[in-house]
Design a protein around this ligand. Structure first.
Ligand SMILES: Nc1ncnc2c1ncn2[C@@H]1O[C@H](COP(=O)(O)OP(=O)(O)OP(=O)(O)O)[C@@H](O)[C@H]1O
Ligand SMILES: [Mg+2]
Length: 467
């Protein structure tokens, strides 16, 4: 049977508390029972001792039989017990197993009397006395002179009296147990609710979250584990909300980026098909179409790269890599491309990192392409690589348009372009630096930007050197 956490906690706690209180009450009851019966028995033994010494005094002639029976009566009354003394003739009869006890309706005691007559003290905690018609504590003691038994004292104390005292003790024990149980139940009910309520709230909020409802927060009232769980849940909800927001933005950006080139491709092809463009100019427009197709291919490739990095599906083939060689190689390549800009490099030797050659090349190409894209026709681009402490520091610097200060912190974000209208002409999609940053971070490095509009831009990459 499926039970809620609340029910399980409640049942478990209740079972424990009932068990503990029950066992305690039973033990206490048992203890008091023994305690009172032991006390009663000790009391009868003490009185018995006193009576024996009186009997001995009587036998020695220090007391008259009347005085003896008087003191025995008083002892019986004050202790609420019945005391029988056998001595003189009656003890002689008993020695021959006479009828005295039968007359006293206590013939069940005959075997015990034999023991007492042989000098033993007999104690019975629960003996049914026919004469008193009730259960009694019984103590039988021999009166001795030297080695011979010449008398016997029997004491009976009714159990009913002890039971009255005991029942009061039981009331106190079981009453307290009941109150403890009730208070315990209330505390347990409250505690169980306190634990299960946030879990229930989390369950409800999670279900709402699955339906796209981000409005539910779980209340956090303290700092215990349950509160920490609630706080973590709220944090997780916030993050999911952020991711959801980013997903929406990404989708909007991607569809926008796809639509523009697709529209122009369609436009040019349609114009050619309809004969709007004269045949001699078709080549020019088809070249634009090819550029747009290239742009789309690059966009898809960049998106794939980013997605692979994000999902951890990118495989880095990390080897010992000399970034000074790589920087020089990229500088030479751009120089050869004859982009009309001056590309220089100043690198220190032996900057060995642990990295993926193709991916690090992609990083440098992205940076140098940007520098080339955002500088004028005679722009200067400088690639630097040097060692600072335990880091390889690679810089790509240009004297181009620069980036306004308020834009600097966003340029590593996906699809962020400083001036969208300007960038359409340069064909950028705003993914280059986002890929740079992710790739550098996969190499345990950092990427930062410095720029001043009208002066130039400098992107710095720091990656730990291999020791
Ligand atoms: N060297 C630079 N000088 C001036 N602005 C730059 C420079 N590098 C980047 N930027 C600005 O930062 C933006 C983001 O750069 P990023 O490389 O991510 O995108 P992109 O170059 O526009 O497109 P992509 O690289 O995806 O083709 C650019 O659009 C540009 O506005
Ligand atoms: Mg770029």
């Amino acid at each position: 049977m499926d039970r809620s956490i609340f029910q399980r906690l409640l049942i478990t706690y209740l079972a424990i508390i009932i068990l503990v209180i029950g066992v305690l009450a039973v033990l206490l009851t048992h203890f008091f029972n023994h305690f009172y019966f032991d006390q009663e028995q000790q009391k009868l033994l003490d009185i018995g001792e006193q009576v024996i010494s009186q009997v001995q005094d009587c036998q020695a002639g220090k007391l008259t039989p009347d005085e003896l029976s008087q003191t025995v009566n008083i002892a019986g009354q004050t202790s609420s017990s019945r005391i029988f003394v056998f001595e003189g003739e009656s003890i002689q009869k008993l020695k021959g197993l006479g009828t005295e006890l039968e007359e006293a309706k206590e013939s069940d005691l005959l075997p015990d009397v034999q023991k007492i007559l042989s000098g033993e003290t007999v104690v019975k905690k629960k003996y049914y006395s026919s004469q008193l018609n009730t259960y009694v504590v019984f103590v039988g003691m021999p009166v001795t002179t030297g080695d011979s038994v010449n008398g016997m004292v029997l004491l009976f104390s009714p159990v009913a009296r002890i039971n009255t005292v005991l029942s009061q003790a039981y009331w106190i024990i079981w009453g307290t147990a009941l109150i403890a149980l009730l208070v315990g139940c209330l505390v347990i009910y409250w505690t169980s609710r306190r634990i299960s309520h946030p879990i229930f709230a989390a369950k409800e909020a999670a279900a709402a979250l699955a339906e796209g409802d981000f409005s539910r927060e779980i209340p956090v009232s303290g700092s215990d584990e349950v509160d920490q769980l609630s706080a973590s849940f709220n944090y997780m909800k916030g993050r999911i909300q952020q991711v959801e927001q980013m997903r929406h933005e990404l989708l909007a950006n991607v569809s926008h980026e796809l639509r523009t080139p697709l529209a122009s491709i369609r436009g040019f092809i349609q114009a050619i098909l309809e004969g709007v463009i004269p045949p001699e100019e078709e080549g020019k427009y088809l070249n634009i179409v090819i550029k747009e197709v290239d742009r789309l291919t690059r966009l898809v490739q960049d998106l794939l790269d980013l997605a692979r990095i994000r999902t951890g599906n990118i495989k880095l083939n990390k080897v010992l890599l000399d970034v000074s060689d790589l920087a020089q190689e990229v500088a030479a390549e751009f120089h050869l491309l004859a982009i009309g800009k001056k590309v220089t490099a100043a690198v220190e030797e032996d900057l060995v990192i642990k990295g993926d050659r193709d991916r690090m090349r992609q990083v440098l190409i992205n940076l140098v392409s940007n520098a080339a894209k955002y500088t004028g026709p005679h722009g200067k681009i400088h690639i630097g690589a040097r060692k600072v402490g335990s880091q390889a520091v690679i810089t790509v610097e240009d004297n181009g348009t620069g980036i306004p200060e308020e834009e600097l912190e966003y340029i590593f974000e996906k699809f962020h372009r400083v001036d969208r209208s300007r960038d359409t002409s340069t064909g950028g999609t705003g993914l280059g630096l986002a890929i740079v940053k992710e790739l550098v971070e996969l190499h345990k490095g950092t990427a930062t930007a410095w720029s001043k509009p009208g002066v130039g831009t400098k992107i710095t990459i720091e990656i730990p050197l291999c020791r």
